[in-house]
Design a protein around this ligand. Sequence first.
Ligand code: SF4
Length: 383
Amino acid sequence: MDPSNSINPTNPIPGLYIHIPFCLSKCGYCDFYSSTSISALPGFLDALFKEMEMYRPRFQAFDTVYIGGGTPSLLHPEQLERILTGVKENFDLTSTAEITIETNPADLNRPFLESMRQIGINRINIGVQSFDEKMLGFLGRRHSIKQAISAIEASRKAGFRNIGLDLIYGVPEQDVESWLDTLKHAVAFSPEHLSCYQLTLEAKTPLGRRYQEGQFPIPGEELQYEFFMNTSEFLEEAGYIHYEVSNFARGKEYASRHNQKYWDHSPFLGLGPAAHSFQSNRRWWNYRSLDQYVAAINAGNLPVEDTETLTMEQLQLEALYLGLRTRKGVCLQDFKNRYHYDLFTEKKEILAKLEEEGFISLQDGYLYPTQTGFAVADSLSLI
Ligand code: SF4
């Protein structure tokens, strides 16, 4: 590749994402690829190990591993251990690698969690979603509040020092007060990380269909804004850094190192059905269907459904979109070096207007969103 087209001049170490495509049941809002045919698990694991081998010549080392899904906590500790052993046999894993697992509270008990720690997993994300039983029922989650509480407590006791809770707001019939109540419950456990996602309903999900049939309303823009602002204010007062639109960390060291790779165009490899990868200016993604994924690998091929090569202009737009979703914003000089575009000069007028309107701030060579700008970050990138 022409080095002048490289967008990773500093050559950061890539991250590894592993998609475990199984769930015991499907949540009504979920658009991620997962199958409830757990009997296909052994065939999937065999294919996953072959996929790792296939990528050995192209990726040497990783400093983050994210085991996501799906529901990785459905696997036995021995299966998870085999996965991490497979990673280490095929690639170098740096000694300080961040190794995260995504879990469902219903699957977590002390022996399982202790096994996770023993095999080297040092960060756990627990899909709590809500501390309101009614909301959990509406979302179709298979765990209760009681299970969520005991999962968090057991994770601490098992030695996890980096616990993240995933929560959802903007659920029909939820008001800001009841959402703040969920947040109060969450911070009482002092998790190191919180991800607060606004509920989005894709048309093809069961809840999306019910919404389209008019069975319930979802919060309009004003209420969404209120949810967002209250979340940010509450969690910052509780000592969390609102470092990305949906993410909060109890100290800089707890910000997700893996997700940061997605936000700053660092390379990453995704293994498993529907997983996406990115390297230099290329993005590729695997078949969504487990059957197609396994069949391709068993035929000796990479299970890649499609690839795209991003133009410098596409990379610029993405970098701006992603950068404005982070508190640290966009470093204008880095942007110029990496994407060959002088934002400050080319967009001078619109930037001045947005600054005057209180959406962005330009300071010390950085362009970053103000609190109001953060709430409308997706629209800001349209500059
Ligand atoms: S557990 Fe997660 S991946 Fe599985 S259906 Fe529910 S939201 Fe989707």
